[in-house]
Ligand binder design. Structure first.
Ligand code: MF3
Ligand code: CO
Length: 290
């Protein structure tokens, strides 16, 4: 952390002097660092004004997903979902973060059944009765990023697959319960992993969540196969996603060589994912998008 005078304005933007604002907070973080923990830099910690901006972005993000939820149905193509997301995003004066992100060609990710994530909407992909699909919406509103995703069961889905979807959703709350200041991201990761394993499923290791807010993908990387007391210290003002990818079978995955994006399970078994954007508050957490 860069040196700042005790009488200088605080880095958090409060306008108060550093010594009466975040000095004690920074010293507390330094004690964790000295004890060998990974700690957040100031760039990772959002100001109140930035969190307010991400909160507004999150409201738009959720409204877009609600519109998808109202209209998704059997027989619809994933391109139609992309059209809904593009139109709704425009309606709110927002920008779809995925479009052209590192060459991604569409406004939303739609991942069906054994697709783990980063499915590309297409006229060819028709949602069929019994499918499970993840719709992952990432929104830029007034410069602030929010990111959330839901699973949708298309028509009648068999009990086994529905259970995968439900357990994955439940795991988000299990993770959220661990989000509090002066805990560790690993507490959240271990809680989710333990819960998922107890249901006989696996968690994808190499892809996970991320800091979010001022950019689409910020530090830290957020894993769900980590151990309690490890990974980055959580402090008020951090904003990140919880988005475990849960597989019914193996946790092994591969990337589609034709488009270099879409991730599949190795064994062709289904995969589910829910995603929230969450802020660490003074006494716990606030969900900014789901
Ligand atoms: N929305 C994904 C996430 O949760 C990222 C997708 S990158 C994209 O982090 F380019 F495929 F959109
Ligand atoms: Co994300």
């Amino acid at each position: 952390m860069k040196k700042i005078g005790r009488n200088d304005p605080c880095w958090c933007g409060s306008g108060k002097k550093y010594k009466v604002c975040h000095e004690a907070f920074d010293n507390k973080i330094l004690r964790f660092k000295d004890a060998g923990h990974i700690v957040p830099t100031h760039e990772i910690i959002k100001t109140k004004a930035q969190i307010a901006g991400i909160r507004e972005s999150g409201k738009v993000n959720v409204a877009i997903l609600n519109e998808v939820a109202a209209r998704i149905k059997p027989g619809m193509t994933t391109q139609e979902i992309d059209d809904i997301v593009a139109a709704e995003t425009k309606k709110y004066g927002a920008i779809a973060a995925p479009l052209n992100y590192e060459g991604f060609p569409k406004s939303v990710c739609t991942s069906i059944n054994s697709q783990v994530c980063h499915g590309i909407p297409s006229e060819e992909d028709v949602l069929e009765e019994g499918d499970i699909v993840n719709v992952d919406v990432s929104t830029i509103y007034k410069g602030y990023y929010s990111d959330s995703s839901r699973m949708f069961c298309i028509g009648n889905v068999c009990d086994e697959w529905r259970r995968l979807v439900d357990v994955t959703k439940e795991s988000i709350q299990i993770g959220l319960n661990e989000v509090k200041p002066w805990g560790f991201l690993g507490d959240m990761g271990e809680a989710i992993h333990t819960f998922i394993k107890a249901h006989g499923y696996t968690v994808v290791q190499d892809i996970g969540g991320h800091g979010v807010g001022l950019e689409f993908h910020e530090d830290p990387f957020v894993s769900y196969v980590t151990k309690r007391g490890t990974e980055m210290l959580m402090v008020p003002g951090m904003v990140f996603t919880i988005e475990p990818m849960v597989n019914m079978g193996t946790d092994e995955i591969f990337v589609d060589e034709d488009n270099d994006w879409t991730v599949y399970t190795d064994d062709n078994m289904p995969s589910a994912q829910w995603e929230v954007t969450v802020a660490v508050t003074e006494d716990g957490y606030e969900v900014l998008a789901w």
